[in-house]
Design a protein around this ligand. Sequence first.
Ligand code: KIV
Ligand code: ZN
Length: 507
Amino acid sequence: MTRQPFFYDITLRDGNQSLKKPWNIKEKELIFNKLVDFGVQAVEAGFPAASEMDFDAVKRLAEIAPSNLVISGLARAVEHDIKKGIEAISICKRPRLHTFIAMSPFNMKYVLNKNPEDVRKTAIEAVSFAKSEIIKVNKDAEVQFSVEHFGDCMENLPFVIDTLKEVVKAGATVINLPNTVERTRVKTFVDMVEQVYNALPKDIMIAVHCHNDLGMATAATVESYFAGATQLECSLNGLGERAGNTNMYEVAVALHNSGVDVPLNLGEIYELALTISDMSKVPVAEKAPLIGPEALAHRSGIHQDGAVKTKDMEKGAYRPIHPTLIGRKDDEKIGFTSQSGKTAVFEIISDAGYPITIQEAVRITPIVKEAAEKAGELPTRSIIDIYFNEIFNVKGDFRLVSFEKLAENVFNLKFFHKTEFFDMNAQGNGPVDACLSALKQAGFPQKLVDYEQYALDGEISGSGASAMTVIHFEDLQGNVILARGKDESTLKANVKAIFNGLNLMNR
Ligand code: KIV
Ligand code: ZN
C-alpha cells in the first residue's frame, strides 16, 4: 500500500483535557517541539474557546509552528467557538478549524435535546461559517468536521452519510469519524468507516479518532487505515479522556510491521514516552505494549530460550520488534522465577560478567528454581550467590583439609573421603600434578584432560580471590566434567578445583 498515513496528534487537546493538572503554555510548547521532532503531520493544539489559557497556548503554538505542519483548533458547532478557534490558529501557515457535533440517536436525544434535522442544519451551517471565515485569513485553510459518537451511529448511518455529503459541500475537506466511546466490536466500527469512505468524494480525507474504553483503539485505528482512513488521530502514551485515546506508538509500529511507510521518527518513541509520562504524571503501565518496563521481559523457560537464541536478530522469537526500532536501549530482560530455566541462569550469570558453561547452568538451575519457588522473582545478586556457593564449593564425599608445599615439587595433601582421613605426601611436576598423584596413591586416580588458570579481578571473585582454576576430568564413561576453584593463592585455587571436580564426578 502506497498511501502514507497522516498522523494527527491529539495529545495537547484530548490528552490535555483529561489530565488532573492540564499543561500550561510552557509545558505545551515543550511537548509541541517534541511532536515536531517526532514528525507528526498535524497537531490539534487545544480548544481555544475553553479558556484564556487554552486560547493563548494554541496561539503560541500556531506562532512557532513549522510551515509544513497543520495546526488545528477545536470548536463546538457554534459561531463563538469557531471565531475564537480561527483567531487562535490564523497565524500559522496551515491552519485548520475543527468543528464537531454529535449525531448518534442516543446523544441527539438525551444530551443535545435536538432532533436529527436540527443537528444536520447546525453541522452544515457551522462548517459553512467556519470555511467562509477561515479563508478570509488564509485561502488554503481547511475545515475538519467530526461526527461525535460516530461509533454509536449504526442505526442512523444513512442519515450520517447524507449529512456528511452536505458538510463536504459546505466546505469540509477532512471528515473525522470518532469512536467517542468504544462499546462494541472493532469490525462494526471499521465497516462503518468503510461505508463513509466509499460514499464521499475521494479527495476528502477520512480521519478516525478512537477512544480506548475496551482496549481496542489501536486495532480500530489500524484497521480503519486499511479501510480507507488516512488521518489517524492518536496521542502520545495514549493520553485522553477515560481509558485514553489511540496510542500513537502502537499504531505507528503496527503499520510499520505491516509494511506501511510510516512518516514518524520511530527511534524517538521510547524517550518520548518517558518524557510524556513524567510531564503528565501518568505512569507507563508495567505491561504497556512496547514502552512498558515489562514489555520485553521473559520469565518462562521456553520464552527465555527463544528470546536468547534470537536476541541479535531483527525479528525475535518472543517480541514484536527489535527494541532499537523505538530507541529502547535496554535489551530483552530475562527474569528468573519458578517458571524459568537453564537459559535464564546462563544468561543472567554471563551478563553479570561471571564465567559459566551451559552444563554448569543446568546443574545449578534446580537450586535457583527452588529459591525462586519460595521468593518469587530472584534478584541477580541472589542468583550470583547461588552460583558462587554451588560452583566453587561443591559438596560431596571429598573434603579438602590442607595442601602445602614442603619442598620444590613436593607437596602434602590432607583430606577426608567420607569419614576416612588421608595424609599424603607426593611429588609432582607442579601442584596439580602432585595433588593428582597424592589422590592416586590414596586410591582415587583421576584422568585430567584439560586445565586452565585465570587471574580474577576482585569484582568477579566476590571474595577477594585473585586466581581461578578450571579443570576438566574424564570419568570412566568418557564424560568430561568441568570444575572450578578460586582462591587468593593459585596453589589453593588448583586444589579446590580438583576437589570440586572429585565431588562432581562422584555424585
Ligand atoms: O472523542 C471525540 O469524539 C472527540 C471529538 C471532539 C473529536 O474528541
Ligand atoms: Zn476524543
